[in-house]
Design a protein around this ligand. Structure first.
Ligand code: DGY
Length: 329
């Protein structure tokens, strides 16, 4: 089979795929114009990778494609309805990254509240020459209220850390109530408006969908406490980034910890990069050696199952597989 691998697929997994298949790995190329990519796409039976923006023109150039296996839990890069229409399976990698992302979100909460990167720069710049005064104090995390928007697997893992480790009060906003989280972490379900107004930390961890796109903007920042710290580990497009910049500039909220941005990689002239009360990361929520390898392995399992006519474990559009079984009789 011909397998097109794109961007982040870990080496041991590429080697394993290579042993039985014709694999081509593409990195740092423009998938709309790169001639080698487009030529291989034309023959590809499967695609495995991270964040390939798939649209109709790309699919038109992939007449043999049976499956796209994302090496990520998010799949906002895939037009699921269009893939289903074309009988192409789509898979993702839920579960294996949950704790790793939750750890990083906690890192963002702590580093923003306690100003860790800013103080690190202060010490390394040789500015620690006398007792540090209240200008450099942070704020407490423990016993504060954490508002989680999107109480799925990762949201629950964040809540668990906050509740058990930091004695925080947990409030959450989700499409559906989560009885398990209410039982395990005394989490309280609130409307978005209520959550924004009572939370000391507002943590956005919802998938990017039509419903969640640009869900946090000027109005939502205005509802938050002036002392609130906003954390985004979902996707850059779930917020209106200019409104966040304004809220931070005008003191509507106190700070932000961000793993994701409207444009990635971020533009060097983005004002967020010049704010001491903002901690930035290059979309690394799941990026530890162990977890990236797990994700690549799971994505490869999904891909190989699909190519072998078996049902992949993490199939997003099961209709494709079911219809195929039906047609086979
Ligand atoms: C995910 O798995 O969705 C991570 O955000 C990496 O894109």
């Amino acid at each position: 089979m011909k397998i097109l691998a794109y961007e982040r697929v870990e080496d041991p997994v590429l080697e394993q795929l290579n042993r039985a298949h014709d694999v081509r790995f593409f990195k740092n190329i423009n998938p709309k114009t790169d001639p080698d990519f487009l030529q291989f796409l034309h023959q590809a039976d499967g695609i495995i990778g991270l964040g390939l923006e798939v649209d109709k023109p790309l699919l038109d150039q992939a007449p043999h494609l049976k499956i796209i296996s994302n090496v990520s839990v998010g799949y906002n890069n895939l037009p699921i309805d269009e893939l289903t229409k074309r009988k192409i399976m789509a898979t993702n990698t839920p579960g294996v990254l949950t704790d790793t992302v939750a750890d990083l979100v906690f890192g963002l909460i702590l580093s923003t509240a306690r100003r860790i990167p800013e103080l690190d720069r202060f010490v390394k710049a040789g500015k620690w020459v006398e007792l540090v005064d209240s200008t450099y104090y942070g704020v407490d995390v423990h016993h504060k209220t954490l508002g989680i928007i999107g109480m799925g697997r990762i949201g629950s893992a964040i809540a668990q850390r906050a509740y058990a480790g930091f004695h925080m009060n947990i409030v959450y906003h989700s499409r559906t109530k989560k009885p398990q989280a209410e039982k395990d972490f005394s989490a309280v379900h609130l409307s978005l408006e209520e959550l924004l107004s009572v939370s000391d930390f507002v943590c956005l961890i919802t998938p990017l969908t039509k419903e969640t796109e640009r869900m946090i903007g000027k109005k939502e920042f205005a509802r938050m406490k002036k002392s609130a710290i906003f954390i985004n580990a979902s996707r850059g497009q779930t917020i209106i980034e200019q409104d966040l910049i304004d809220a931070l500039t005008e003191g509507t909220i106190a700070g932000a910890g961000l793993d994701v941005f409207e444009k990635e990689p971020i533009d060097p002239d983005n004002p967020l990069l010049r704010m001491d009360n903002v901690v930035t990361l290059p979309h690394m929520g799941s990026s530890t050696y162990e977890t990236e390898l797990h994700m690549s392995k799971l994505a490869a399992e999904n891909l190989l199952a699909g190519l072998a006519g078996k049902k992949p474990k993490n199939l997003i559009n099961p209709e494709v597989w079911e219809n195929e079984q039906h047609e086979k009789g």
